[in-house]
Design a protein around this ligand. Structure first.
Ligand code: PPS
Length: 431
């Protein structure tokens, strides 16, 4: 026997059986820990985060009837575009406004089913601006329709409204040098309740939700509580613009859609030169105080949003939101080139992709197809970045034709150029 083995035999004899057992146990534990550590960092999918399964058994089919209340300046156009594309891919009917209502359902009037173009009834999907009216929507939409809306932090939203509607809303037009600060220092000096487009200058969220935007929660706390209750009764999901991707994760889980169904391009964004880089804290406080009803709505639904995220599992929602962002970046690169950039309308050659510009002082950005863009992906890419006016016109033409000649597809790239302006109703509206 070699000397080394003889020494080992002697050593083994010297150890008690108990010690050997302890050594074997220690080695196995160490090996297990090393193995698991490697898997955590290299194969995170082997350790699923607490994501409850989306599809129950039997699997839920995708939900096809959705009414999206498109509130103003809250990223609603981006959500609308997701819904329009989903509707097209699944051959669904989209409710669209009668041309006399422009591209909104005769906003700011209370919604009426009469505002809906007959060629777009009965609808599966509705996603254009309107002032919420529960009974009329129930008359229009099929039973089982899921109602969804979106809110945005009121100070950021008000800054966007002030800039976008500066030429349309008399309360804003009266302010010297179009100064948001001047308006918020003394809003009552400029604001007249009940005048044309007054709702863009005071509690726009409350107004869009069908509420009375002139109520103050300071004088009447019960009113805000009642409005919140009504919203909760109807809407299955209130998304939050600041957490857009997380909101889409909740939306797609609610509707049993795929992550691919909620990929998007950001639409209707102002250029950096047309917006405040940051809203000073004092201005933010003043905007919230003036829009106290909206602030109350936002705070409530922001809190319920995060409770809902927690119910699904925060890690799960964040993981899906990350997957969504990665897939979205790949899609944007495929459609708009290696470095897809938002550009001003003057630099967008494809007419169907030129966004409406509210005034010479505000630049609304969009995407363009790379030069010579052609091929099977072109149509999908075009729709991905198509602004509201062009997409609504296109869908209305397509659905009107579907009622008549079914076989001829609506041309997407060769259609006549859209009207450049999304005209707001010209005459004061009766509520
Ligand atoms: N994905 C996403 N995430 C966060 N924010 C987004 C997103 N998409 C659009 N936006 C911002 O939403 C603002 C436009 O809102 P709307 O499309 O609802 O406006 S409109 O009422 O239809 O005119 C507009 O805000 P401002 O740029 O501050 O005006 C957009 O930048």
């Amino acid at each position: 026997m070699p000397p080394i083995l003889q020494r080992l035999q002697q050593a083994t004899k010297m150890m008690s059986r108990r010690k050997i057992l302890l050594l074997v146990l220690g080695c196995s534990t160490l090996s297990l820990l090393i193995h698991q550590g490697a898997q955590l960092s290299w194969y995170p999918k082997l350790f699923p985060l607490s994501c409850p399964p989306l599809r129950d058994s039997p699997p839920r089919p995708k939900h096809m009837t959705v009414a999206f209340l498109k509130t103003h300046k809250t990223a609603g156009t981006t959500v609308q575009n997701i819904l329009f594309r989903f509707a097209e891919r699944h051959n669904l009917t989209v409710a669209l406004p009668h041309p006399s209502c422009e591209h909104q359902f005769c906003y700011p009037r209370n919604f009426s089913a009469h505002f809906v173009h007959p060629a777009t009834r009965p609808p599966h999907v509705l996603a254009s601006h309107l002032r919420f009216n529960r009974a009329e929507l129930a008359r229009l939409m099929p039973p089982g329709t899921v109602y969804v809306t979106i809110l945005r932090e009121p100070a950021a939203m008000f800054e966007s409204l002030f800039s976008y509607y500066n030429q349309y809303c008399p309360a804003f037009r009266r302010v010297p040098n179009a100064s948001l600060e001047a308006f918020l220092r003394a809003p009552e000096a400029y604001y007249r309740a009940g005048e044309h487009f007054a709702m863009f200058a005071h509690n726009t969220l409350a107004y869009d939700l069908g509420g009375d935007n002139e109520r103050s929660p300071r004088d009447d706390a019960a009113y805000l509580a009642g409005l919140i209750r009504q919203v909760e009764e109807v809407f299955s999901l209130v998304m939050i613009a600041e957490y857009f991707d997380e909101s889409l994760v909740l939306l797609r889980r609610l509707l049993a859609w795929d992550l691919d169904d909620v990929l998007y391009a950001k639409l209707n964004a102002r250029a950096a030169s047309s917006r405040l880089a940051a809203i000073p804290a004092a201005l933010g406080r003043a905007a919230r105080a003036w829009n106290a009803l909206d602030a109350g709505l936002y705070d409530h639904f922001n809190a319920t949003f995060w409770r809902r995220v927690a119910r699904v599992g925060r890690a799960c929602v964040e993981r899906e939101a990350r997957e969504l962002r990665e897939a979205r970046e790949r899609l944007l690169r495929r459609c708009f080139g290696a470095q897809p950039v938002l550009r001003p309308a003057t630099q967008i050659r494809t007419k169907q992709l030129q966004p409406w510009q509210p005034s010479r002082k505000v630049d609304i950005m969009g995407y363009d197809l790379p030069s010579g863009g052609a091929g099977p992906a072109t149509e999908a890419c075009l729709k991905l970045a198509m602004p509201e006016v062009q997409y609504s016109n296109y869908l209305l033409r397509k659905q009107k034709r579907r009622g008549g000649v079914r076989a001829r597809p609506e041309p997407v790239l060769d259609n006549p150029p859209p009207r450049p302006i999304r005209a707001l109703p010209r005459a004061p509206q009766v509520h």
